[in-house]
Design a binder for this molecule. Structure first.
Ligand SMILES: Cc1cc2nc3c(=O)[nH]c(=O)nc-3n(C[C@H](O)[C@H](O)[C@H](O)COP(=O)(O)OP(=O)(O)OC[C@H]3O[C@@H](n4cnc5c(N)ncnc54)[C@H](O)[C@@H]3O)c2cc1C
Length: 349
């Protein structure tokens, strides 16, 4: 089998790069073994405002301007519904925090997103003595539906192999990649935290963070916004809510834990007194780089081996723009901003 590209991994990174290739009419095959879960368990939220400090997310406006049409186009092509706009409400913890919100809401970047009036609606079961701030033009991409539908589409066109990519069988020559029966010109590694087993890129300085979520059933809650306090509470429909997420920098397994569940439910009960039952628990590892920027580029010694990784907590907003940048870099030698380039790290300079 002869293709232009091999992609390793079909999380948000691999999917976004594959979509670049589809649009450019390039041929490719994806290897995916189900070993990492981040993209499948992610809440999928896109929100350009950091709610802890009321500051903008780095590069948010441009990322969103690329990401939303990107997901829309895939959704139309595959006949799926994945973009669900939802407002985010933020209970204030004090009068000072209220003031900080309104000061930020006056600034040019924020006025599109942060409502400049207090959201006063009384929400049963929610403790919010200082009222809420409300964010608009936010939402979520259902990454579970997206990845499953994309996977099925690739299977139909014989472009997906559901197996582990074994680097010991990879042969890299300056203008040729050989792997089992596949011959390609490039390989793009999109393994999330699985990169630690990739001999070309295992030395990228990750500061990965395991994240856990629980799904609860709470028929009386009747929440129609995403509530963001110590945890987020995201309505999923049918009286189900996703509550998340934890950050654990020690545990490297992808297994849900009792400690993770306890932490989430304790924080939930601090803001919400509704009766509920726990239905499910999920976990995955966020591939965060030490400087919290994505990581993309060519391996310095093997220029046809590239990486797309490091999306941390914001894969939904980052993946489409970063895949675009990497594709232009590989095909047209387009410049990669130094804060994103793999070469910013000594081992790859
Ligand atoms: C609990 C939680 C909540 C989150 N919530 C949000 C959110 O609301 N919004 C947001 O934007 N982001 C969120 N994220 C972050 C987001 O999930 C990540 O940024 C993103 O999914 C990373 O995508 P990725 O493709 O780089 O990695 P991954 O999703 O880990 O994908 C890598 C893929 O490569 C495959 N793979 C690895 N090694 C091999 C191999 N050798 N052979 C074959 N296949 C291989 C894996 O099976 C996997 O499918 C959340 C993450 C977690 C854990």
């Amino acid at each position: 089998m002869k293709v232009d590209y091999i992609i390793v991994g079909l999380g948000l990174a691999g999917l976004a790069f594959a979509e670049q290739l589809v649009n450019a009419g390039k041929s490719f095959v994806v290897f995916e073994d189900g070993s990492q879960q981040a993209s499948k368990v992610a809440a999928g939220v896109y929100n350009p405002v950091i709610l802890k400090r009321f500051t903008p997310v780095w590069d948010a406006a441009e990322q969103l301007a690329i990401a939303l049409p990107f997901y829309d186009k895939i959704a139309s092509r595959l006949g799926i519904n994945i973009d669900f706009p939802i407002d985010i409400i933020r209970p204030f913890s004090s009068i000072e925090e209220q003031n900080d919100w309104f000061a930020a809401a006056d600034k040019p970047f924020f006025e599109k997103y942060m409502c400049d009036t207090l959201f006063r609606k009384k929400l049963p079961f929610i403790n919010a003595p200082y009222g809420y701030g409300r964010l608009r033009h936010t939402g979520l991409i259902d990454t579970t539906i997206l990845i499953q539908a994309y996977k099925n589409d690739l299977l139909r066109s014989n472009a997906l192999r559901e197996e582990r990519f074994e680097y010991e069988k990879l042969k890299v020559q300056p203008s040729l990649i050989e792997y089992k029966d596949v011959v390609a010109t490039h390989i793009v590694c999109c393994e999330g935290y699985g990169v630690i087993e990739n001999p070309y890129f295992k030395d990228i300085p990750l500061r990965e963070a395991k994240g856990e979520l629980v799904i609860i059933h709470a028929p009386q809650l009747q929440l129609h916004f995403l509530l963001k306090a110590g945890v987020f509470v995201l309505p999923l429909g049918n009286d189900l809510y996703k509550i998340g997420a934890t950050f654990n920098w020690v545990d490297k397994t992808q297994l849900p834990t009792d400690a993770g569940k306890k932490e989430l439910l304790t924080k939930f009960e601090k803001i919400c007194t509704v009766p509920y039952t726990v239905k499910d628990q999920l976990a995955g590892i966020r591939p965060t780089v030490i400087d919290r920027r994505p990581i993309l580029g060519k391996h310095p010694a093997c220029l046809n081996v590239a990486i797309l990784n490091g999306f941390g907590t914001r894969g939904v907003m980052l993946a489409p723009k970063m895949a675009q940048l990497l594709f232009s870099h590989l095909t047209e030698e387009a410049f990669l901003p130094s804060e994103l380039a793999l070469s910013r790290f000594k081992a790859f300079a």
